[in-house]
Design a protein around this ligand. Structure first.
Ligand code: HGY
Ligand code: MN
Ligand code: MN
Length: 452
């Protein structure tokens, strides 16, 4: 890590040292930057886990649910306790702010989300939010002043399509407000329930240049770090994600009187389509993945041949062109299957697509330097999960830090990261943000940007 210049940090420290004694002055010399309190982090993970707790030990805290709203109040109280000025923007994002010493400098931002998937775990998103608040706690407790303002963010409805960060990047289409979220509310009504205002969504937008950087701490959600005993992942890029609502139309008919060769069964068609998507994604060379994760047959009775099926299709890859070619292959196969089954298949793309986003190379290096300064091991890796960071890459240099997920389990109640691993991530996040504050990204260098 670059040597710290005796700048704002030491100026503020000197003043405080007069008032509070010389002890504090030592605490902020770079070699003595404070370390995260693993016990505090763990107890906050547990406390946040009470909001939407499910019997399996995880949380069902889907965006806009009562549990999400209550959990957000808890997080706001932590932010205020950490000395942050808290507000909710028009997209419902919670923003805790801490001013910098030099007027006019762009904001350095970190954060993640606290909404979960149905039957999710206690670390996806929560680790990055509580880790960010831990950074704020350390800055305040050790009277570390920064040149830039710092903002600590809880993004709205990450699991429903990174809604809050898309709004912040000015990329949320108006049609998204009508999409029904996991909570049953439309995204528009959900944003209102959080204190936002869809009619003024444009006010949540952060223009290019208004942020010096965005860095997100997150659990890996895979097994690479835990299985190899590596402390941290330095994310190279985040996959793009596209979703389709697929409708299969057949003919509902009597399950006892309709011979097998006279059926136009929507569910059998859908089953073939799910197998085809899996086969295409598995056999096409590359790293793409395709998933059918939701399916519903109508009318839904054992003695009626399904006349209609609605299902989801998701495709992910780091390469947008590859996602498109895999979809085209699935679509072609769908035409063949539908013709053979006497049914029809219609794909309707959900307008919440996420483009693949490389991280900023300079930030990768800063994260690696921070890890090395702490004696932590690290490796570069892609992210197969989507993150708010990929939207923020459209407006600022973006970086991500991964901590190990035990067993590689995520989006499930068994999700777990040890307190020590989480604290390592916070220590690296703190040092990364402070290095950015001191100019580690340099001036005038083009940042890597997400593709459009
Ligand atoms: O679905 C995802 O990849 C993320 O966890 N939202
Ligand atoms: Mn997730
Ligand atoms: Mn997440």
């Amino acid at each position: 890590m670059a040597e710290m210049k005796p700048g704002a940090i030491l100026r503020r420290t000197a003043i405080l040292a007069l008032a509070q004694g010389a002890m504090l002055a030592c605490a902020v010399a770079e070699e003595n930057l404070p370390r995260a309190d693993a016990g505090r982090l763990e107890s906050r993970i547990v406390e946040l886990g009470h909001f939407g707790a499910n019997p399996e030990g995880g949380v069902s805290r889907v965006a806009f649910s009562d549990a999400d709203i209550a959990g957000r109040e808890y997080v706001k109280s932590l932010m205020r306790g950490a000395g942050l000025e808290v507000r909710v923007d028009t997209a419902g994002n919670i923003i805790g702010r801490r001013d910098g010493d030099e007027p006019g400098l762009p904001t350095i931002m970190t954060g993640s989300h606290i909404d979960s998937v149905p039957k999710g775990g206690n670390y996806d998103g929560d680790a990055g939010v509580l880790g960010a608040i831990e950074v704020a706690e350390l800055l305040r407790a050790h009277a570390i002043a920064t040149r830039h303002p710092f903002e600590f963010v809880v993004f709205t409805d990450e699991e429903g399509g990174t809604v809050g960060s898309q709004a912040m990047a000015g990329r949320l289409p108006a049609s998204a407000f009508d999409v029904v979220s996991h909570s049953g509310l439309t995204i528009g009504d959900g944003i209102r329930a959080l204190g936002g205002d869809p009619a003024r969504i444009v006010e949540a937008r952060r223009p290019q240049g208004s942020l010096a950087a965005f860095v997100e701490l997150h659990i890996e959600q895979g097994a690479i770090l835990a299985e190899s005993g590596i402390d941290l992942g330095v994310v190279e890029g985040i996959v793009g994600i596209r979703w389709w609502d697929v409708t299969v139309e057949g003919v509902a008919n009597h399950a006892g009187t309709t011979p097998m060769d006279r059926r136009r069964d929507a569910l059998v068609t859908a089953a073939e389509l799910a197998l085809a998507a899996n086969r295409i994604a598995s056999t096409t060379p590359g790293t793409q993945v395709a998933t059918v994760g939701r399916i519903s047959a109508e009318p839904g009775a054992p003695n009626v041949i399904p006349g209609r099926v609605t299902m989801s299709l998701e495709i992910r890859d780091l390469d947008a062109g590859k996602m498109e070619s895999v979809f085209r292959a699935v679509e072609a196969e769908a035409r063949r299957i539908a013709a053979a089954r006497g049914t029809s298949i219609h794909f309707d793309e959900v307008e919440l697509a996420l483009t693949p986003a490389p991280t900023d190379e300079r930030l990768r290096v800063v994260v690696e330097s921070a890890a090395a300064s702490l004696g932590l091991s690290y490796r570069r890796m892609p992210s197969g999960a989507g993150h708010d960071a990929q939207d923020m890459a459209h407006v600022a240099p973006m970086g991500m830090i991964f901590v190990p997920s035990q067993g590689g389990i995520s989006h499930a109640p068994q999700e777990y990261t040890t307190p020590a691993d989480l604290a390592n991530g916070v220590d690296v996040l703190l040092r990364t943000l402070l290095a950015i504050d001191r100019g580690a990204l340099g001036a005038g260098q083009p940042a890597a940007r997400a593709s459009d």
